[in-house]
Design a protein around this ligand. Sequence first.
Ligand code: NAX
Length: 363
Amino acid sequence: MKPAVRVTVTGAAGNIAYSLLFKIAAGEMLGDDQPIILQLVEIPQAMGALRGVAMELEDCAFPLLQQVSIHDNPEEGFKGVHYALLVGARPRGPGMERKDLLEANAAIFSGQGKALNDFANPDVRVLVVGNPANTNALIASRNAPDLSPSQFTAMTRLDHQRAKGILANRLGVTVNEVKGVTIWGNHSATQFPDLHHANVHGEPVLSLIDGAWYKGQYISLIQKRGAAIINARGASSAASAAQAAINHMRSWALGTDDDWVSMAIPSDGSYGVATGIIYSFPVRCNYGRYEIVQGLELNEFSRQQMKETEQELLAEMADVDHLLPPETAARMTDPFGRAGLVNDIDEECLRAGSIVVKTDRIC
Ligand code: NAX
């Protein structure tokens, strides 16, 4: 039996967590041979509801679930954690401007970044789900000086899966037959769902669908899918978001197979994207690490779409600038620590295309 790993979920009494926790405990995230210790974090007012969720977890008698603890503060909740899923966030209240929302969440995620820095396992892998996810991940990372920026990611996997699912439906194929879909940029309405490299059994998707439908309808369908679900359901995506979070962490920990996935990660300047922001790229994962898929050709249309979502992220970063410690700015220009690749083995691996992402923490 493997030793248990610690998984923290914040916002653990919320809607997404109500699906997510049971999937984690059932082994869907890290495999059915990986025992789990769950550390659940909420705000003090939600501790009653959280106790109920913990009771339900106990009642499921999951064979892999060794222990559940509940916490009303991140310092305790992040103790020794290997996988942190930051789901809890402040929702937009009536009359709240975008800038106010950014500020309210910035306060939460700077505190959580510090707590991860001080209490988490040094190899912790962090996924931010709570919105605005990319910028919240940036704030957490910038407030965790002892952790590598590469340990902080944000979720665009739901957008990725929406893009695949809706396309497969349109083409009358299964999702497994659709490969090479990418979400670039922010988890917001400016994201760019890119089908230029997508294929079905090697056949380019753009030769199978109408270009006018792609540019005129499909892109905005994916960008606005979250709002469409709120309109239809009267509540935001919960089960699909939980599934995406499971898949994001599973890919990161256990690897991607014959297709790439989309993850919002610190930009290293690939494809001309500005460094300093957390931007969604196509990635492949192996041995617990991710690497950006390189060498994809971009046309003028794609470049313009990618620029637009990059500009939004740069503007979000500027809005929370006062919460970003200046001393952690420089490392964002080399988030994977490539400048530190000095020995022959590393260079050999780089040439062979195997180890590309080397961090000072996850080796
Ligand atoms: P809920 O409002 O149902 O649950 C959020 C929970 O977080 C609440 O129980 C609240 O008490 C808790 N919380 C708030 N501040 C906290 C803090 N400082 N520490 C710990 N817990 C805290 O929202 P839910 O539907 O679960 O959605 C959670 C977040 O996911 C929202 O920010 C939402 O916008 C975001 N989403 C992100 C998606 C993505 O693809 N990245 C998609 C789904 C979802 O919209």
